[in-house]
Write a protein that binds this ligand. Structure first.
Ligand SMILES: [Zn+2]
Length: 414
């Protein structure tokens, strides 16, 4: 427990317009305030917004912005190894089919996973979690999905449990049981195997959500509906990878089965914007994956104006998005989506926490919430503007200064 921290004299403190909001629709992002101020916390909780001269830790925040820690609600941790050779093939024009024939793609990651020891997989994931923390991510989600067999998926979900115990950040786990069709199955046959394993996933792993990849090379809207039914039957949330490379009109199906989020949306159909914006379902956008894959830009400005519950995440994975930096994702979103910095920050904090059912505890600066807080080395507007720069000077996790950038150590006294 922290013995008391006072972050004093910040140029900007990012606050919601009122306490207790589980999320904010994006047409309200302009109601966030970023006024000069201070933040004090006691133990692991935010105690108030006045300086506390009695606090043991005194933080000089002059010229700095203070914001909630980032919540990265869509990553594929843990995984084994990387696929840099594929990236070079992709950018120099080799078609994906050829890369897949040469043994690449999701199957390459599944083979690497099968070869790697549990300890090696966990060591890589822990190192990535540390890199994420240094870039301000104080809560993250990870998915299974590179198993491609019942046994290997259960192994991965077990590793997710060990990862949760081995990293400082709170984590959430999603069972991405329908990622690619495993060898020896067709999509229908694999969905039968998934249905048979869901009870064990719900009972014996820490997964709180199911996930599915709907695409011509993956699964169909019918499988999506089935996954939604399985999720509700076992008290799990439904997350979805949809409308990434083509428009399959998966949104109406996802909304019908009560999906918590629809992720990717590069090829979102214009007719689906209104219903999605009206639903309690997050539009999770992944600008890092879009950039690395040279994908279409989703109608993100339209989603904001329609009042959707928008979210940003890294999609950190060895294939399409080897990116773990939320500041970089925010920079890409602002440029590519035509968002302002408040819109991007709302999507990277409170609304992202809502996806993980964590927004009562983190995601905004409110008295009583966990002190997951970032001190930035400049104003908010520098996050997207200084693209590639890491603006995080100090990251507090549950009130503890878990990351202090060496050149900013002078700001800490106590
Ligand atoms: Zn993904």
């Amino acid at each position: 427990m922290s013995p008391g921290v006072s972050i004093t004299g910040a140029a900007q403190v990012l606050r919601p317009p009122e306490d207790g909001l589980a999320f904010m629709r994006h047409d309200r992002a302009g109601e966030l305030s970023a006024e000069p101020g201070s933040v004090a916390f006691e133990g692991d909780r935010i105690a108030g917004f006045e300086p506390d001269p009695t606090a043991v830790w005194q933080i000089d925040a002059q010229g700095c912005a203070v914001i909630p820690g980032f919540v990265d609600c869509h990553t594929h941790l843990p995984f084994a190894g990387w696929r840099a050779e594929e990236y070079e093939m992709k950018v120099t024009g080799v078609p994906y089919e050829e890369i897949a024939r040469a043994g690449g793609g999701i199957r390459a990651s599944a083979r690497a996973l099968a070869r790697a020891s549990d300890d090696a997989i966990l060591a890589q994931a822990r190192a990535l979690a540390a890199e994420m923390l240094a870039h301000g991510t104080t809560t993250f989600e990870g998915k299974s999905g590179y198993g491609l067999s019942v046994e290997a998926e259960l192994r991965l979900l077990g590793l997710a449990g060990r990862l949760a115990e081995g990293v400082p950040q709170p984590t959430a786990t999603t069972a991405l049981l329908a990622h690619a069709v495993p060898d020896g199955y067709d999509a229908d046959g694999w969905m039968e195997a998934v249905a048979a394993m869901v009870p064990e996933v719900a009972r014996a792993t820490r997964a709180t959500a199911l996930d599915i990849y709907v695409e011509s090379i993956g699964f169909t809207n019918q499988h999506l509906r089935r996954m939604g039914e399985l999720a509700s039957a076992h008290g799990l949330d439904l997350r979805t990878h949809v409308e990434q490379f083509n428009s399959h009109r998966s949104i109406p199906v996802a909304l019908e089965v009560g999906a918590r989020s629809v992720d990717h949306l590069s090829c979102l159909h214009p007719d689906d914007i209104g219903p999605l914006a009206a639903a309690d379902c997050a539009a999770v956008l992944l600008p890092g994956a879009e950039f690395m894959g040279n994908e279409h830009v989703p109608p993100a400005r339209e989603l904001v104006e329609a009042g959707a519950l928008c979210v940003l995440a890294t999609d950190a994975n060895p294939g399409t998005s080897p990116i773990v930096s939320m500041p970089l994702v925010i920079g890409l979103a602002v440029r590519r989506y035509g968002w302002n910095v408040l819109e991007a920050l709302l999507a990277a904090t409170l609304n992202a926490a809502w996806v993980l059912r964590a927004s009562t505890d983190t995601g905004s600066l409110e008295v009583g919430k966990r002190a997951d807080i970032l001190l930035l080395d400049g104003p908010l507007e520098h996050i997207p503007y200084r693209l590639g720069h890491n603006p995080v000077a100090i990251a507090f996790l549950g009130g503890e200064p878990v990351w202090v950038r060496p050149d900013c150590a002078w700001r800490v006294a106590g």
